[in-house]
Design a binder for this molecule. Structure first.
Ligand SMILES: NC(=O)c1ccc[n+]([C@@H]2O[C@H](COP(=O)([O-])OP(=O)(O)OC[C@H]3O[C@@H](n4cnc5c(N)ncnc54)[C@H](O)[C@@H]3O)[C@@H](O)[C@H]2O)c1
Ligand SMILES: [Zn+2]
Length: 334
């Protein structure tokens, strides 16, 4: 078992990573809690044992379940059962469950402790770590939420064995990202240690910038083109696949700006390709379909903001010209 501490002063917590890590759940509970509300989905083939009185609350599957009506139903269920702040919420699932369970815990009685048992690769290396919780509105994703750090997180890598391949790929796109955020030799590690290394990188970024004032933005590496492809729609790409393509594109943009050399671009292709993720957008994707979807700098007169690799590592770069973005796109599609 690997224990990765996330240090946030008196809200610091441990992330326990390894095959069978969910056996540690009882030991991870806050002291003196009497009951646990377990939030999960019927499609998740795992039961956890917190070792105290508990009740299971099911939420539906998919992005549609990340809604205020799910939060209301959960909180009403908690209330009817008599849950108090002396109890604990335990989310058992992927990012949908941890976002919903986290936000319900943040809101119910103005905050009860939450523990995440992350069951998808994406949740283990991303969604369950860092304290962002929330739900969608019809107007957009993740528009209502709260920062609510968990009391602890469990990443039981044995649980990944039942994950459908496409869900696994989704997590691998984020994992590829961590290679360029300080996880250079990630490929050489066994899965447990690789998950722990990603958790450590995200945890360190979050400890230095809990509320996204600056450094936390580097976690969006590869996400500018990814979000544009997802927004443009019609490509049948999962988020992780879109991020994979976005990483290659970000490398091509950095190379156009002479921030990195050909070898480093090749390194991006090798890592992403190594996870059997796509290296380019679907054939026929036009630059004019995605470029207008990149965030324009509000202050600068012209140009786009990107998270880019460079001599000082990955950082936020503003004021990038459209010509650079178009040339990089041509290389991406070549
Ligand atoms: N809070 C954050 O910082 C953060 C970061 C990244 C993503 N997210 C959010 O995470 C969500 C996506 O999460 P996700 O990719 O984990 O998807 P998900 O939670 O929808 O899980 C994918 C599917 O796999 C099933 N499943 C989960 N674990 C399983 C297992 N071990 N075996 C078999 N089936 C299993 C789920 O029931 C679901 O049907 C998005 O809503 C996204 O906004 C949040
Ligand atoms: Zn992402």
């Amino acid at each position: 078992m690997i224990v990765v501490p996330v240090s946030l002063g008196d809200r610091s917590y441990d992330v326990i990573v390894g095959a069978g890590a969910s056996d540690q759940l009882a030991a991870l509970l806050p002291r003196n809690v009497s009951r646990a509300a377990i939030v999960t989905q019927r499609s998740i083939p795992y039961e956890v044992d917190p070792g105290i009185e508990h009740r299971v609350f099911f939420i539906d599957d998919g992005e549609e379940a990340k809604s205020l009506s799910t939060i209301e139903a959960l909180c009403r269920g908690f209330s009817q059962w008599g849950l108090t702040r002396a109890d604990v919420v335990i989310g058992v699932g992927g990012g949908v469950v941890t976002d919903v369970a986290g936000f319900a815990a943040a809101s119910y009685h103005r905050g009860v402790p939450v523990i995440h048992v992350a069951t998808t690769l994406l949740a283990q290396i991303d969604a369950a770590i860092g304290g962002k919780t929330g739900v969608n509105l019809p107007e957009g994703k993740n528009l209502v939420g709260a920062y609510w750090q968990p009391h602890g997180v469990i990443c039981d890598t044995a649980m990944l064995s039942t994950l459908p391949p496409r869900e696994m790929r989704c997590g691998l796109g984020e994992m590829a990202k961590y290679h360029f955020l300080g996880g250079d030799s990630l490929d050489a590690l066994p899965l447990d240690e690789r998950v722990a290394a990603c958790v450590r990188i995200k945890g360190d970024v979050v400890s230095s910038d809990e509320r996204e004032g600056g450094r936390r933005a580097i976690l969006n590496y590869g996400h500018t083109l990814a979000h544009a492809l997802e927004t443009a729609g019609g490509y049948d790409l999962r988020h992780g696949e879109a991020v994979a393509i976005g990483l290659i594109y970000a490398a091509e943009v950095a190379r156009e700006l002479e921030r990195i050399d050909d070898d480093r671009v090749a390194e991006h292709r090798r890592v992403v390709g190594g996870y059997e993720l796509p290296l380019a957008p679907p054939r026929g994707t036009r630059v004019d379909a995605v470029l207008p979807l990149f965030a324009r700098d509000k202050k600068a007169l012209a140009g786009v903001t990107f998270v880019l690799d460079g001599p000082r590592g990955v950082e936020v770069v503003t004021g990038i010209d459209d010509e650079v973005l178009v040339r990089a796109f041509e290389r991406l599609m070549a």
